[in-house]
Design a protein around this ligand. Structure first.
Ligand code: ADP
Length: 601
């Protein structure tokens, strides 16, 4: 994981080097900690016992015992002060690095998520993605600072102390380290188990986030169908499983810590036993034994820490894997390195023998489909559900690439165009208009490239027949619409969507069922707006409303057999094919009465 994230670390080289230096210094100073006491026991106390009084000699340096005692006491404070200063620097430095790096990772992850293809986004669940972005990165961040750093310190200590112990008395050192391999094996074994459980737990929590996100998004349907209990059951099931896993991981971690304590006590017992024998044999001083025991306790700290932090580290590893998995996801649709910025197009759209399907073994949605539309032409796309009308729009926007054939704008294959510059040429009015939780003004302005003036926004709103209802709202254009636009009616949302699209001054316009679900009055207003906004633009209008379709200069009636009918209303009626049969099957009574509303059944 470190390897994968190392490019991020590289940017903070200076800080990393400084913090590591502080850490090494802190460790070195910490190694000195037991030495003042050792000198007091080995030199000062025997010296004073021999010749009572502070002036006694200790056979060590040219200091009296009193002076050495004072020096040792001062050294205790100096050592702790230095250690504190270096540790402070190291902690702050590493915390800064950890936080900065993970903030960058989160930024990149979010950018990456936004760029991933629609194929990816339809496959995965939003809740899980949000969880990876917020919670998994958060967990990495926290662990990097609170667990990884202490572990790094401990490891450094381990190396230093083992070296000094070996120098002091290598036999005793070897004995003291006897339990170490045992410790390593047991922590590795349990650590792996904890990691497996944590991985499962993270995945389950991702599922829970997805269920929560989906059920909250669909709360209207859930309440309307009284599905609350069923949804809650699904959630609760995962929730309690996650609890069980959490408990299991905690139990394992606790057991690991205790077994480490036990092994540590064994090591200590061995050292006390043989150390005392060595003192009695005159090969070791009591002070040396003291240093030994202090080091031994510290030596086992890394292993102990590993036990203590193992569940947190395991969770972080699982979280890190989930983040990396997402970062490694390839954006399916990408422009080639040689792709060029799209110039201002006139709006000729061509499909050249396009074949497309969503998955490899599915039947083709479009199979060898060809079409050429002149600039400024209004094309209605109609036909039964599931024939590929929305797919057609997705291909123009290059949400997906065709398996065979080409989609061309003004004669240029859209794969040779830079993606954003291609999409700048196109305005989409989707079926479900997404409104953001901000003012009406800002919601309309979203469609524009760059800055727009209040007048431009108002003109767009007028064009879309939205000005009047906006002015009737409490704060006019400054009214804040609530999340998912629930404070606006379907017709009003549609008109905001149209105003947004009209502000985007571009040659191609895509409208996906703009009149579906509207009452007659709103529908008339929306159709009026559509007529105005489509003027002079190559427009593709997906609709089941045959009357609306018949108003377009060209109608494309897609069918399941893959052969579209293509022409203007009269022509298609004369052809007496699918389009004519849709008309015949439609409820035409109202049409005969002169009303323009005919819907294919
Ligand atoms: P229409 O808009 O005409 O109702 P669509 O273009 O939405 O039809 O869908 C055409 C076909 O492709 C349908 O059979 C549908 O099930 C399938 N389809 C649409 N979107 C996806 C998708 N994201 N993954 C797999 N199949 C899809």
């Amino acid at each position: 994981m470190l390897l994968r994230f190392s490019p991020y670390l590289r940017e903070h080289r200076a800080l990393l080097a400084g913090s590591t230096l502080a850490l090494v210094l802190a460790t070195l100073v910490k190694l000195l900690e037991p030495w003042p006491l050792k000198y007091i026991i080995d030199r000062v106390v025997p010296g004073m016992l021999d010749t009572p009084g502070y002036a006694s000699q200790n056979g060590f340096v040219s200091l009296t015992s009193g002076e050495l005692l004072a020096l040792c006491s001062v050294a205790v404070v100096v050592i702790v002060a230095l250690k504190a200063a270096f540790e402070y620097l190291a902690t702050v430095g590493f915390a800064l690095i950890g936080n900065r790096v993970l903030t960058e990772i989160r930024r990149d992850l979010f950018d990456h998520l936004q760029r991933l293809s629609l194929a990816f986004h339809t496959r995965v669940r939003t809740g899980d993605l949000t969880m990876r972005l917020i919670s998994d990165v958060g967990m990495l961040k926290e662990t990097a600072v609170t667990a990884a750093l202490p572990l790094a310190v401990s490891l450094l200590m381990l190396v230093g102390m083992v070296t000094i112990m070996l120098v002091l008395n290598w036999q005793l050192a070897m004995l003291a380290l006897l339990p170490l391999p045992l410790l390593w094996l047991s922590t590795q074994h349990i650590g792996k188990k904890i990691q497996t459980i944590s991985r499962k737990q993270r995945k389950r929590e991702g599922d829970m986030a997805s269920i929560a996100a989906e059920s909250l998004a669909g709360i209207r349907t859930i309440q309307a169908f009284s599905l609350e209990e069923r949804v809650a059951e699904g959630f609760q099931g995962k929730n309690s499983k996650s609890l069980k896993e959490g408990v299991k991981a905690k139990k394992l971690a606790a057991a690991m810590e205790r077994s480490v304590d036990l092994l540590l006590a064994m090591g200590l017992a061995i050292v006390l036993w043989f150390g005392t024998l060595q003192i009695l044999a005159g090969r070791l001083t009591p002070g040396d034994l003291l240093v030994f025991i202090t080091y031994l306790k510290n030596t086992f700290r890394p292993v102990r820490n590993y036990a203590k932090f193992s569940s947190r580290l395991a969770k972080a590893t699982a979280a890190g894997e989930r983040v990396i998995e997402l970062l490694d996801e390839e954006p399916g649709v990408r422009h080639a390195a040689s792709a060029e910025r799209a110039p201002q197009f006139s709006g000729r759209v061509q499909f050249d023998h396009v074949s497309f399907r969503y998955r490899d073994n599915d039947p083709f949605v479009l199979d060898g489909f060809s079409l050429s539309v002149d600039p400024g032409m209004r094309v209605a796309i109609t036909g039964p559900s599931g024939v590929g009308k929305s797919t057609f729009i997705s291909l123009v926007l290059r949400f997906y690439d065709p398996e065979q054939g080409r989609v061309l704008l003004d004669g240029v294959d859209i794969r040779d165009l830079e993606l954003t510059s291609l999409r700048k040429q196109i305005a989409l009015v989707p079926q479900e208009i997404l409104l953001f939780n901000t003012t009406v003004r800002d919601n309309i302005a979203l469609g524009a490239e760059g800055e727009v003036t209040g007048e431009q926004i108002e003109a767009a709103a007028r064009l879309a027949n939205a000005h009047d209802f906006i002015m009737a709202m409490p704060n006019g254009y400054d009214t804040v619409v609530s999340e998912r636009g629930t404070s606006l009616s379907a017709g009003q949302r549609q008109r905001i969507g149209i105003a947004r699209a009209s502000l985007r001054d571009c040659p191609i316009l895509l409208l996906d069922e703009p009149t579906v679900g509207l009452d007659r009055t709103s529908e008339a207003v929306v159709i009026d707006a559509i007529e105005r906004i489509t003027a002079g633009r190559t427009s593709f209008l997906i609709t089941h409303d045959l009357a609306l379709a018949s108003r377009c200069e060209r109608i494309l009636c897609l069918s399941h057999d893959g052969i579209p009918e293509d022409g203007e209303h009269q022509e298609l009626m004369r052809e007496d094919g699918l389009y004519a049969s849709l008309w015949a099957a439609a409820d035409c009574s109202e049409h005969k009465q002169g009303k323009m509303h005919v819907v294919a059944r």
